[in-house]
Write a protein that binds this ligand. Structure first.
Ligand code: GDP
Length: 530
């Protein structure tokens, strides 16, 4: 294998997903701790100290204690080069997470051991299914009262419709969470120390029959563990790496991110079982990460990360080839060659100029306002474009108007740019055009951000009225005139900035009516550009 191939082969690019509060930020931090990327883990979101989690950076995040945007963090561990794509924890910003999953090759799903699968877990899992990427489950907070582990596995299987395979098994829970049993090595890891999660934990390991282990666990826990392992081994699911690779079987790990118990064994197993960079589909067929020509797509645009600079950063996932600083690439949608200015990699609010990067890596480049989500960059003799990134249906809608009508230009510029970043979706009423602007978001907090950004970046005040709509569907039929559709009076015909026709509905009943009354109508929940 050439050095070039090795560099790609050792890369692991994944996203961590969870329902808010399940422990995604804490786990991310602990992975960074074990990767040596940070020296001590700060208490997340200033609940214990004033330190913010390393992945939070925007002002609004600090104010609200939530992470709004995804950041990308790279670190090395045991010969692997790891890219963690952090995702916003708050569900109001989950569209950003959906798109980030498009750039990931696998996902780690964090589940709270007392709560199990929650609403946001389900939505995010659906997006993973769309891509058939491997999904690993980390059942977190085992240091608290937890549901029975057998019950948890069954619950995940029935709620998400995925098979599970417990890679390790918890020994006790709550104050008595003593360690885990690793099924592949047939050994017990009994945890010790850990300095309340600030530093790495020590563990004593040994065979199930080892006297030292038996004494450490105590007779009762030892007997219970033996019994549970027997039950588990007798259960039907077999471990099947192929099923893991195509997302049909989720390996499950038990642990506690807060106390670091189980974090390192998780990381080690995960890195072995997850995938190196995956190919992506394009107009020229599948592009392999090992293709020498540089190709990448933009999955995220982030404005204003640094107040002093008021800049805009486009994040791209490199699909193939090798990136070098100062390289010229062809921007497919812009139709011209550009020099990628100030290529950067991120570690929370630290930025580093990237000298080189490989397939699987994510880099941010300065965006003078030319990029949109889904754009392709390449360095081949025959330009290609990657499959578009789907647009996910917003669930909240508002009508917006600028207060000072003289500022029409800034207003249109502002909402167009913010929509290009994917921070909100903009719809125009079909027969009114830009006179009536409706914005859509996955959560209402997106509207607050819109309002705040229009004011601070574009100097435009807006009036925002929440509308009583709940769902939107893209009309898939080509050439169908939406005006001819028979719809309930509370449905609205609109188009998006890409000119696609949609219908906004007050509720699911409206969708049902539309389908019943218009037999030819094809509605889609996820929009893709044709
Ligand atoms: P996120 O919203 O998914 O990113 O969740 P956080 O990582 O911010 O965690 C939410 C809360 O749960 C914080 O107060 C954490 O300290 C706490 N937490 C996270 N992991 C654990 C854990 O393993 N055990 C316990 N007891 N608390 C945890």
């Amino acid at each position: 294998m050439s050095d070039y191939q090795k560099a790609i082969e050792k890369r692991r690019t994944f996203a961590i997903i969870s329902h808010p509060d399940a422990g995604k930020t804490t786990l991310t931090e602990k992975l960074l701790l074990y990767g040596g990327a940070i020296l001590s883990a700060g208490s997340v979101k200033g609940k214990k100290t004033n330190k913010h989690a390393v992945s939070d950076w925007m002002e609004i995040e600090k104010q609200r204690g939530i992470s709004v945007t995804s950041s990308v963090m790279q670190f090395q561990y045991e010969g692997c080069c790891i890219n963690i794509l952090d995702t916003p924890g708050h569900q109001d910003f989950s569209e950003d997470t959906y798109r980030t999953l498009m750039a990931a090759d696998s996902a780690v799903m964090v589940i709270d051991a007392s709560k199990g699968v929650e609403t946001q877990t389900k939505k995010l899992f659906k997006v993973c299914l769309l891509r058939h990427i491997p999904v690993f489950t980390f059942i977190n907070k085992m240091d608290r009262a937890a549901r029975d582990p057998f019950e948890l596995l069954e619950h995940i299987e029935s709620e998400l419709g995925i098979a599970t395979y417990a890679m390790n098994w918890p020994i006790g829970s709550g104050k008595d969470f003593k360690g885990v049993y690793e099924r592949d090595y047939k050994r017990v890891l009994a945890f010790q120390g850990g300095d309340h999660g600030q530093r790495e934990v020590d563990s004593v390991n040994g065979d199930l029959n080892d006297l030292k282990i038996r004494n450490l666990l105590g007779d009762d826990f030892h007997a219970q563990l033996c019994e549970e392992i027997e039950l588990l081994d007798g259960a039907s699911t077999e471990f099947d790496q192929n099923a893991v690779s195509c997302g049909a079987l989720s390996p499950v790990f038990f642990g506690s991110a807060l106390t670091n118990f189980g974090v390192e064994p998780f990381l080690e197993h995960f890195l072995k079982m997850t995938t190196s960079p995956l190919p992506r589909n394009s107009s020229a067929g599948e592009i392999s990460p090992f293709d020498e020509a540089f190709t990448a797509f933009i999955f995220k645009i982030q404005a204003n990360m640094n107040k002093a600079h008021r800049d805009r950063i486009a994040f791209m996932r490199i699909v193939s080839g090798h990136f070098e600083k100062g390289m010229e690439v062809y921007h497919m949608q812009g139709g011209r060659k550009i020099k990628l200015a100030q290529p950067q990699q991120f570690m929370a609010d630290n930025r580093e100029i990237v000298e080189e990067a490989y397939a699987g890596d994510v880099i941010g480049v300065f965006d003078p306002g030319i990029f949109s989500i889904g754009d392709t960059l390449c360095n081949t003799s025959k330009p290609i474009s990657f499959d578009p990134i789907p647009t996910f249906a917003p669930e909240h809608f508002a009508r917006i108007q600028q207060i000072d009508t003289m500022k029409r230009k800034q207003f249109i510029k502002g909402i167009t740019q913010i929509a290009q970043e994917g921070a909100i979706q903009v719809f125009q009423e079909l027969n009114l055009g830009m006179e009536e602007i409706i914005v859509g978001g996955v959560g209402v907090l997106q509207f607050d951000v819109l309002k705040q950004r229009l004011k601070s970046e574009y100097n435009v005040d807006i009036k925002l009225d929440i509308l009583p709509y709940q769902c939107v569907r893209w009309i898939e039929n080509e050439g169908l005139d939406p005006n001819l559709l028979n719809l309930t009076s509370d449905s609205k015909r609109v188009k998006d900035l890409k000119g696609r026709n949609l219908i906004i509905f007050a509720n699911n009943w409206g969708i049902k009516w539309a389908a019943e009354q218009n037999k030819e109508l094809i509605l889609a929940e996820v929009g893709t550009i044709k």
